[in-house]
Ligand binder design. Structure first.
Ligand code: NAD
Length: 334
């Protein structure tokens, strides 16, 4: 283990950036040392709260100078979806490792460019897939790998919530890149992959819109989608911005099952399998995530479920395919 912690600058001091910063206070291997923000008052408040020196504070104009700052190892991009592409590539060009929030980008083309830029700059690109470190989730993955459920036949992923303020960036196609699928449906896509343990080869999808005012062209309200896996396993998923209490995974195999509900919220995650309840202790997701990511970046540790750019790209390819399937009404190969 390296002696010093991973030194992190958070870019985008909004709702989720705030949550990550607070959770990082309990980290053993990662430390918040810098910020990137367009709002001077936020920078001041964060400096006071987290003891961040002036030399580690940037705005979006001065950000590229971070290349000359040897006291920051990684930039954690927590800005609206459409900005991830530019922000990640700039951080990579500045020679910094990057953690990028989900969805990694607006589409697979952008995602590929980000992966390429990080490879070229020889920096690591990780995606903020916090569930990949969550103890009950990992127990289900462990059980599935040791064949405790037998041959996997079916996965159901229900991911949604009722979205409020119609003027927020999440409902703006330019900034969000889509609607519920980009924001919350991605959990069902990503979850299907780590629960089933395979990559889908086709998707079908159907979109329903009840409110065209709130959910404008290109901003999906509700999408149901299905995925087929090479083994013959099937997934049936729902992504929505119009229903609450919708956070559930169900995995079915020939010899058993697992269910998680809630499955991807901030926790505690609850669940059981045919063997009994899942009792792994809850830990703040973002605290474990950042400690584990420190191990990945500093020591080359390999997580049980990948969190690298290639992993983010796989989800983006599926998102692209789901949107194409909604448009065409056809089965789309991934
Ligand atoms: P937010 O609106 O609360 O914060 C976004 C921040 O980006 C704000 O501080 C805003 O000022 C800043 N920003 C910079 N440039 C901007 C611009 N041009 N337009 C608008 N805002 C701009 O949003 P959030 O909930 O923190 O989401 C940020 C990212 O984090 C999204 O990609 C989202 O999907 C992701 N997220 C992930 C999780 C998770 O559990 N992994 C949870 C919430 C959000």
């Amino acid at each position: 283990m390296e002696e010093r912690p991973l030194r992190v600058a958070i870019m985008g001091l909004g709702g989720y950036g705030t949550r990550v910063a607070e959770a990082m206070q309990a980290c053993k291997r990662a430390r918040l040392v810098g910020v990137v923000s367009g709002t001077p008052s936020k920078i001041k408040a964060w400096q006071a709260k987290y003891n961040i020196p002036d030399k580690n504070c940037y705005n979006y104009e001065t950000f590229d100078n971070i290349k000359d700052n040897p006291d920051i190892d990684v930039v954690y991009v927590i800005t609206p979806n459409a900005l991830h592409h530019d922000h990640v590539i700039r951080a990579a060009k500045a020679g910094k490792h990057v953690i990028c929030e989900k969805p990694m980008a607006l589409n697979a083309k952008e995602g590929q460019e980000m992966v390429d830029a990080c490879e070229q700059a020889k920096v690591k690109l990780l995606v903020g897939y916090r569930m990949h470190f969550e103890p009950k989730t990992l127990e289900v993955v462990r059980l599935r790998k040791k064949n405790a459920f037998g041959k996997i036949l079916f996965f159901q992923g229900l991911s949604g919530f009722e979205i409020g303020d119609p003027n927020q960036w999440r409902l703006n196609k330019e900034l969000a890149g889509g609607g519920s699928l980009m924001d919350i449906g991605i959990y069902a896509i990503n979850g299907a992959r780590y629960m089933v343990g395979e990559e889908p080869i086709w998707v079908t999808a159907q979109e329903t819109k009840t409110d065209k005012q709130k959910f404008k062209e290109g901003v999906d309200e509700t999408i149901q989608f299905q995925m087929g896996f090479p083994s013959g396993a099937l997934a049936s998923c729902l992504s929505t911005y119009s229903m609450n209490n919708l956070d559930r995974f169900f995995l079915n195999g020939e010899e058993g099952f697992a269910e998680l509900q809630p499955s991807t919220g901030y926790g505690p995650i609850e669940g059981r399998t045919h063997l009994g309840p899942l009792n792994q202790a809850h830990k703040t997701h973002q605290t474990i995530q950042m400690d584990e990511m420190a191990g990945i970046i500093m020591n080359g540790n390999k997580p049980v479920v990948p969190v690298d750019g290639a992993e983010g790209l796989r989800d983006l390819r599926i998102i692209d395919a789901i949107y194409r399937a909604c448009q065409s009404g056809q089965k789309v190969s991934v």
